[in-house]
Design a protein around this ligand. Structure first.
Ligand code: HEC
Length: 285
């Protein structure tokens, strides 16, 4: 009987020892690979992100859950993320069924990190899909027909038929016109190209979204993001009225350790364009 009690007791102690570290000081920063843009309803979307314990150490073995709900609705949808790629990296395939403003967050480890709201556009109508099939083959057909005329004319010339020269000439004209109008047709690719101009203001807004999505707001207070966060550690300075030269910030955000050998801020793998948007946000007043 004694033995059994002893067994229970040590199992209990062991369980306690395992849970205490998770309760004390267990927090993580989620950093989205990329903030999705131009999302359409029912479109499948790959969401990738890193989880770093204490903002630093890649954390494996988690079962993150993405929760999304349409603003002013109580229905929520959940998606499970799987571990994929390097240690601490996860990915999930999600699809939001309706157009509108979606609120969403990622829960993993001990944190539930809200993400910047996602604007979902109406589903892409089938008719406005790329137009490769509507390429008109008639001009090419005419061009080929014209070439046949030229050939026929040349054969006729050899036999000294009277209308041979006229046939050659007509063949050339038809074929030339056919090729010219075939070359004139817009291709699917040139039509699909769009130029997106980003204004300084929207650059700062994008920077704010990234400040949330990359997890900066967990370690840094900022008046514009504090209302969103459910949990923060304020390990770094409050950045509300902070500003610095873009040259310094470019280096700092790319890799803090190259600027300061004792930096505690992690390298978050930001792209150059993400860094520019973050600088616009940090330096806006
Ligand atoms: C894990 C916590 C953590 C995360 C996440 C984090 N930082 Fe920091 N940050 C710090 C700490 C700590 C410092 C203070 C300097 C140091 O010792 O690293 C700092 C310093 C800074 C500074 C001031 C640099 C200076 O010396 O003037 C800026 C600007 C900054 N962070 C921006 C960001 C941005 C933007 C993000 C998100 C892309 C971010 N931080 C994410 C912890 C963090």
């Amino acid at each position: 009987m004694k033995k059994i009690f002893f067994g229970f007791g040590s199992a209990f102690l062991l369980a306690l020892a395992c849970t205490i570290p998770a309760l004390a000081g267990g927090w993580a920063v989620i950093t989205l690979d990329e903030f999705p843009s131009a999302v359409h309803a029912s479109q499948s979307l790959e969401i990738g992100f890193m989880i770093r314990q204490h903002g630093v150490t890649p954390l494996s073995g988690q079962r993150p859950i993405i929760t999304a709900s349409l603003a002013e609705s109580n229905d929520t949808i959940e998606f499970f993320a799987r571990e994929e790629g390097q240690a601490g990296h996860y990915a999930a395939e999600i699809s939001l069924p309706q157009a509108g403003e979606w609120e969403w967050s990622i829960a993993a480890f001990t944190v539930k990190q809200p993400m910047p709201p996602l604007t979902v556009l109406n589903a892409v109508p089938a008719a406005s899909k790329p137009v490769s099939s509507s390429f008109n083959s008639l001009p090419l057909f005419a061009a080929g027909f014209g070439l046949l005329g030229v050939l026929g004319g040349l054969l006729a010339l050899q036999r000294k038929v009277r209308w041979a020269a006229a046939l050659v000439l007509a063949g050339f004209l038809v074929s030339g016109a056919g090729f010219a109008s075939a070359a004139d047709q817009p291709t699917a690719e040139s039509e699909a190209q769009e130029i997106v101009v980003i204004s300084a203001e929207s650059q700062a807004e994008l920077g704010r979204d990234l400040f949330i999505a990359k997890g900066c707001m967990l370690c840094h207070s900022h008046a514009e993001t504090d209302n969103l966060r459910e949990f923060g550690v304020d390990m770094g300075p409050n950045l509300t009225s902070y500003s610095a030269s873009p040259e310094f910030l470019r280096l700092w955000l790319k890799d803090p350790l190259t600027v300061k050998s004792t930096a505690q801020m992690p390298t978050l793998g930001l792209s150059d364009s993400e860094i520019e948007a973050l600088i616009a946000f940090i330096n806006s007043d």
